[in-house]
Write a protein that binds this ligand. Sequence first.
Ligand code: AMP
Ligand code: GLY
Length: 418
Amino acid sequence: MDILVIGGGGREHALVWKLKQSPKVKNMYVAPGNAGTASIAKNIPLVKTNEIIDWLKKHKVDLVVVGSDSYLAEGIVDKIQRLKIPVFGPTKAAAKIEWSKSFAKKFMDEEKIPTAKFKSFTDFSKAKKYIEHEKFPLVIKADGLALGKGVLIVKNLKEGIQGLEDMMKSKVFGEAGARVVIEEFLTGGEISIHVFSDSKTFSIFPTSKDHKRAYDGNRGPNTGGMGTITPVLEIKPEIIEEIKNKIIGPTLNGLKKRGSPFIGVLYPGIMLTKTGPKVIEFNARFGDPETQSYMRILKTDIIDILIACVKGNLKNLKIKWAPESACCIVLASGGYPGVYKSGKIIKGIERAEKLKDVVIFHAGTKQSSNDIVTNGGRVLGVTAIDSSLPLALKKAYTAVNEIKFEGKQFRKDIGINH
Ligand code: AMP
Ligand code: GLY
């Protein structure tokens, strides 16, 4: 089979790496990809949805896998379906659960899916008036997609008003902030749940945990994710059952009922509160960096899973995961998630990759003459597996020390502070 993966981050490199292990895969294409995917697949230098659609009209592929959320929000899946090409990912209508937080909140309300109490606003003065009577801390979210950064946790009224001004008036997150969702601040441990869905049945992955804050000790601004571990052994099976019954099942049924069956990966971020698991947000795609850890322990041929989802026969497939622990440590550019510089030469990737059980996935990298240079906020994902999490982390951090570039920024407490 010939496959096209759309995206250019660590998640896409990990997916391509896994796809390449399938004896069923012949040619692998990635649009636009990065320096890592270039070494195992053919990068197609296309970013815009329309360019990718034009390419697909001229090149025959057997499956398209959509990695990143922005394409889903643009309806790329609907466009590929019109070309009669099998595509793994939800339609624009099904993905709305990710690209509009106000839609997701209303949906959860209607389906009685546990989540934080909320109100949504398009009018600054009404939003301001609302928070004047609320208890702090409060959470203010831009309605649309904002690269994982459109969420503010405000401690008092002054910070709240400033946050609303930034989002609704100064538009620091662009049009994503024209509408805001204001919600109750939840406390508890946060986990990432992923399921494969063919819209009729679903198959849950092992639990994982992202580390969203930029700095050690869960300090600093929110990022796209600085590192992950899987599985999270302390999560009891009863909790997983509750998540399946009260969150995943009702979500997939609710979308089907509304005429938007969900095919792809559904990934809710979940807070384990004292009163049970509650949804923080929905994502309609593989998590990044979660996928970098997941691909290290997935045993079933991923092609079989993706095809089963697209064809609607997931219930006949038993998906197997290795009993090991996996972790991913993200190496970011100094300054991320704020302003950072690109074009810094990266040294030591080959040395790090020689270490046992270590695989390096590229995110913001590109080839520049004979060097691989930084080309984004999150640069590399250093992954390792072992029989236990501490052993996997030890291997990954040994590899992290081998890799050098100016401004290298990473968390030293992945798997410890979460
Ligand atoms: P989101 O983009 O919605 O996942 O939010 C980013 C991060 O903000 C989450 O991973 C949480 O750490 C935090 N967060 C979002 N919503 C809430 C909430 N209602 N209560 C507490 N923390 C939250
Ligand atoms: N792990 C964060 C995300 O994919 O949104």
